[in-house]
Design a protein around this ligand. Sequence first.
Ligand SMILES: [Zn+2]
Length: 228
Amino acid sequence: MTTTNLRIKLIDETPTPFIDEPMPLDLSLKWASKYENQVDPRVEVFFAQSAYSKCIEHTESDLENEVGGVLIGEVRVDPMCPRPYIVIQDALPALYTDSGQTHVTFTQNTLVHLNKELEEHYPGKRIVGWYHTHPRLGVFLSSHDTWLHRNFFADPTHVALVVDPYYEQAGFFCWQTGNKFDPIRYVGFFELSDVDEESVVELENLTPVIEETPTPCGAAALEEGAAK
Ligand SMILES: [Zn+2]
């Protein structure tokens, strides 16, 4: 079996269709990175508080070695927005990873296990991305991380989340228009309130964006227009 066949079979065997639903902006708080205006992601990222807390708890479980897993949720389309958005609804720690201080990688057994978990416990959901930690190293993707993303998370809606649990930093790496992928410039996310009306996010490198009427599609379209 070739790597390509393996990838399709394990990750994208029966992709769940996109869901038509307006962005839950009134329930969300946008967290922006310093690179926010320099990247043009193919998706917007909504991170449910419950999933965020579970993910962060895992990332803080080891401040010496890297840990990782996958992000589970839905891909949705807002009729008012030209690009889809993902809603991360759960985080699933990966077993059988080869981890060291410098990198996490998924083995074939990891992917078999994750796929089985998804089928059994998350019917109708997708793997929308993956996460891993860089204790004391900061938020970026190494060449190995980029290789892994390109090979296992090649769908335009797939994202990579990197967390530095030591310095309390995090960021998302997304596919960009023109199949571009930037391993340095990360974006933030919309914190979707499903647990608490107050924010549960405590990150040193992201800033909350307070807008009376948040319009991410409108803002992006204006910026795109201005760049041309
Ligand atoms: Zn890494």
